[in-house]
Design a protein around this ligand. Sequence first.
Ligand code: SAM
Ligand code: SF4
Length: 361
Amino acid sequence: MTLVQLSRTRPVAAGSGAVHVAAAGELVDPQARRVQYLRLSLTDRCNYRCTYCMPEAGVEHRPRAELLTLEELGLLVRAFAAWGVERVRLTGGEPTMRQGLVDLVADLSDIRGARGRLRVVMTTNGSRLRELAGPLRAAGLAGLTVSIDSLRADRFAAITRRGELSEVLAGLDAAAVAGFVGVKINTVAVRGFNDDELGALALWAWERGHVPRFIEVMPMSGGRLFVPGELLPASEIRARVAEAAGAPLLADAGEGVRGLGPASYWRVSAGPHAGRLVGVIAAMTENFCASCNRLRVSATGQLHNCLARDDTGDLRSALRPHDPGLLAARVRAVLGHKQAGHEFHRDGRGGPNKAMISIGG
Ligand code: SAM
Ligand code: SF4
């Protein structure tokens, strides 16, 4: 096992070409990529059944007693922050279904780590934002991503199998009132379903000050939910957005725009929408693994090196009871096996057996 344990400050090359400096005790993987970003699943439950995420019959849920408690989540995130993690994304399942979410956000937003105050953000289907946006903002939530695959109510209901678009739009209004700006809108691009709407989605998002982001569909769940013909490559996604914007898109390398996540950002080059940004998450056709800076923890406390692989390590037993030394050893042992990248193939082979709902996108 290659375990990179740093005894002094040294530069680490990130895939984007940027050089990040890792300090003693920070988490660095065998490819010399520093871990900056933790994606934390709060629940394996969801009130929707998106076709690409979850089988219609649902998935087997872990008993509630197996979920990390709010206190355990706080201990875990404090440890990661001390090891240099700068951002935590709360996800699921649907994170707003988790009892105590607002208290958890308040607790985590208070954390000062090795790199300063932790930034806590969340990805949600938006169905409960109408009542939660205000309290979450007041608790310190720094950013929101809301998933919307269609602006047509019938299509939205069809892809989520039980969602109501009007609820989500009301949630976005509440988020604006609460003071969230630059909300990211995640849209999974599915050929034959919403490919005729991508331009309209981008224009709609820009008009409201949101940042549209389009995601290539990935073959999770052993490829069982993946339909190869539905994959819309990033190049086509950009072409559709450029057509709607009336001008070419240029790659945007601006610091602070790209963020810490997997999206590449593109800017409209001219015309009435000049300067507008669109994000593309293209795991299938524009591999971004070289700049991976992420780890994931499931709601039951399993540490995952990669969305696209099934290897995990148990952290819950190091939190219940809390054993800081064991926790550190487990995290570093798992990280020591992090591979260079995923093995997704465009025909649906190579993905993990786990379902997206069990770990969060
Ligand atoms: N429930 C929340 C939501 O939908 O935003 C958070 C969890 S969801 C798993 C996170 C993101 O993953 C969503 O934007 C969703 O659209 C995306 N996603 C789910 N399954 C996917 C798949 N097979 N390929 C690409 N993106 C997927
Ligand atoms: Fe639920 Fe999000 Fe998965 Fe849709 S994508 S089923 S909203 S977890």
